[in-house]
Design a protein around this ligand. Structure first.
Ligand code: NIG
Ligand code: FE
Length: 403
């Protein structure tokens, strides 16, 4: 039995997604869960006595462990060539149509051995963890055939064996059309629905299914089929929605009760209202917006008005957001999308957890997981202010000190 008592902390519980601080707070943990949290002056002696290890935060800010709810971190190769093409004027869609883009990463990923793929993925995961991330979602989507998609999911899951972090995996078979299915998108969707989804579900390799709904990817009708198959196999759904155009992705995600609709730069009021009605989380990905030099920001004001929770994630991927810094995404969410630092922190904790359907984390409350980060800073503004360089001084994962 592990018993720990955190004292002398300023705790941002993020309860309900709201920012408020308990000054001079204490938090009692047992076996990885929070047993008690509140002002130190109200802390009663442990019932039944018994020792506990004390950790003195020395007045530092304590937040829930960060949750990166949208990454594609299992991939091989790089996309520096795409980057140069875009600098020379080609658009993301132009490059995809010319056979670059996602498909070029698929080629490199398929060619990589398990050991190579695991090693490069582990590095990205470790960079996220160093900034206080304690839960990460990892999508497949660069295998695009049954065996390679399942292989990427297996590699993603295997990373939890030697990293003290929670990993949630999502099958993104409907990410792009693999070259061997050129001109036969419906046949590929058949393979996703009748082979990939059933196998991923049967082998317990994914808890959700995602798709890329876009003119350069899959149509609403195709995504609908993918979601129906996911539902039939008891898997949750998420959607890359309205990133490059308003294709009705947000409404489609909401119709299926998706955990989240992600990107949303081009979502309109109808889409936003449907997200609110379905309690679907909006995942904002400012790294992709920045990297693609988009000019249309997601409808943050509408999301606020309709009370849609906004999560923030890295979207860590080689094509549109080659970043492993959730703190930088918090900065970008503030500078580019005009979130407040408190909203950005809620987006990287409480709402990030909700976007994964995980209700046991993302806030610091009795009964929740004891995953938290200790920061030698004053306020959420200090977390979002810096562009790179900030690290928590201490991270606890599952009630135990990780660093
Ligand atoms: O989230 N939009 C589609 N998928 C990724 C990009 C993947 C890539 O370009 O490799 C995204 O932006
Ligand atoms: Fe993505």
């Amino acid at each position: 039995m592990t018993r720990t008592l955190l004292v002398n902390a300023r705790i941002a519980t993020m309860r309900g997604g709201r920012y408020s601080i308990i000054d001079d707070a204490a938090m009692r943990m047992q076996d990885g869960r929070i047993e008690w949290i509140g002002p130190a002056r109200s802390l009663a002696p442990r019932p039944g006595g018994g020792g506990e290890e004390a950790f003195d935060a020395q007045g530092a800010l304590v937040t829930p462990g960060l949750v990166d709810c949208h990454t594609h971190l299992v991939y091989a190769g790089d996309r520096a060539a795409d980057f140069e093409m875009r600098l020379a004027g080609a658009s993301y869609a132009d490059i995809a149509r010319a056979g670059g883009g996602i498909v070029s990463t698929v080629k490199a990923t398929r060619a990589a051995s398990n050991a190579e793929l695991r090693a490069v993925s582990a590095k990205r995961l470790e960079a996220l963890m160093a900034e206080g991330v304690t839960t990460v979602e990892i999508k497949s989507g660069y295998g695009l055939d049954v065996e390679n998609e399942l292989r990427c999911l297996r590699i993603a899951r295997s990373l939890a064996a030697d990293h003290r972090v929670s990993i949630c995996t999502t099958l993104l078979g409907a990410h792009a059309l693999p070259p061997e299915f050129a001109g036969r998108a419906d046949d590929y969707i058949d393979a996703v629905c009748t082979q990939m989804i059933p196998r991923a579900a049967a082998e317990g390799l994914a808890s959700a299914v995602d798709a890329f709904c876009e003119t350069i990817a899959f149509s609403n009708a195709q995504v609908r089929r993918v979601f129906e198959a996911a539902r039939a196999h008891g898997l949750a759904v998420k959607l890359h929605a309205d990133q490059l155009s308003d294709s009705g992705g947000a409404s489609l995600a909401a119709q299926f009760g998706a955990l989240s609709a992600d990107h949303l730069e081009h979502a309109g009021e109808e889409g936003v209202a449907s997200l609110a009605a379905a309690a679907t989380v909006a995942v904002l990905l400012p790294g992709a917006y920045y990297f693609l030099r988009e000019t249309k920001a997601p409808p943050v004001e509408l999301l606020r008005e309709h009370g849609v929770p906004m999560a923030i994630a890295t979207d860590c991927n080689p094509g549109t957001s080659p970043s492993t810094s959730l703190l930088t995404m918090m900065n970008m969410a503030c500078t580019l999308f005009r979130l407040t630092p408190e909203e950005a922190l809620a987006g990287a904790t409480c709402h990030g957890a909700a976007a994964l359907g995980l209700h046991d984390r993302g806030t610091l409350e009795v009964g929740k997981r004891a995953d938290f980060a200790v920061w030698d800073v004053e306020s959420p503004a200090h977390l979002a202010w810096q562009i790179a360089g900030l690290r928590p001084s201490v991270i606890f994962f599952d009630g135990k000190r990780r660093s």
